[in-house]
Design a protein around this ligand. Structure first.
Ligand code: DX5
Ligand code: ZN
Length: 223
């Protein structure tokens, strides 16, 4: 199992939600040399009003790519399905705080399975809701749009939320942001403390996805 790239460097995590599923492998291949993390959005039609990717897709992608598979579970029953994703080849599992009754038990379950651990909050969940578990995870995923669909607009209040979270976190923990990330929004969210930028539409709806990754990274790292 791969480990999450050490914190301290900006990483772009392309979200395959916006990839062309009729040629998913080819589309991922276009960015594989540009990044270390691949973001996989799992939706169950219950926690969010959309249905996307199951473990079978992770399993088919796994032998072809040496990327860290960052698996974002937007599902109601994360404890049930997380082990299946890990068996299929997920390296990191991020669950939603809003969906899990016992976050500490969920974290322990993921630790026992040797996966990297992330926890995510939706735009309306206060950052303070994470205070009892924030020390126990490798990554916080701050949703910068309502989860469910790609191609939505970045919520500006996310900047203050990122600052607040960053203050609660250690330097060895990653702060990932997800939704509405483009060359325009990347610099401000990085300035607010994010170091892991998920981008779907900006990358896979671009005719040159590799260049789109480089452009976002450059925008994010140029002061
Ligand atoms: C939304 C997903 C995102 C999505 C981001 O629920 O979690 O990962 O793919 O898409 P863009 O970058 O298109 O806003
Ligand atoms: Zn996501």
């Amino acid at each position: 199992m791969r480990t999450l790239p050490a914190a301290g460097r900006i990483e772009i995590a392309p979200s395959i939600l916006s990839a062309d599923f009729s040629r998913l492998g080819d589309h991922v291949r276009q960015i594989e040399n540009e990044v270390q993390i691949l973001h996989i959005d799992v939706m169950d039609g219950h926690f969010v009003p959309n249905i996307t990717i199951g473990p079978v897709v992770v399993k088919k992608l796994r032998p072809h790519f040496d990327l860290f598979f960052d698996t974002h579970l937007m599902i109601s029953d994360a404890p049930k399905y997380a082990p299946e994703f890990i068996r299929a080849g997920s390296d990191g599992i991020t669950f939603h705080l809003e969906a899990v009754d016992d976050p500490k038990a969920m974290i322990q379950q993921l630790r026992d399975l040797k996966a990297s651990v992330g926890v995510s909050i939706k735009p309306k969940t206060p950052a303070s809701a994470l205070k009892h578990i924030i020390a126990d995870v490798d990554m916080i995923l701050l949703m910068t749009v309502e989860p469910g669909f790609g191609g939505q607009e970045f919520i500006p209040e996310s900047l203050d939320r990122a600052r607040e979270l960053r203050k609660m976190m250690r330097d060895d923990q990653r702060l990932e942001v997800d939704g509405g990330i483009y060359t325009t929004t990347a610099p401000m969210i990085v300035e607010a403390g994010a170091d892991t930028l998920v981008a779907g539409n900006a990358i896979f709806s671009n005719s040159d996805p590799a260049r789109a990754v480089r452009d976002i990274l450059q925008a994010a790292t140029t002061k």
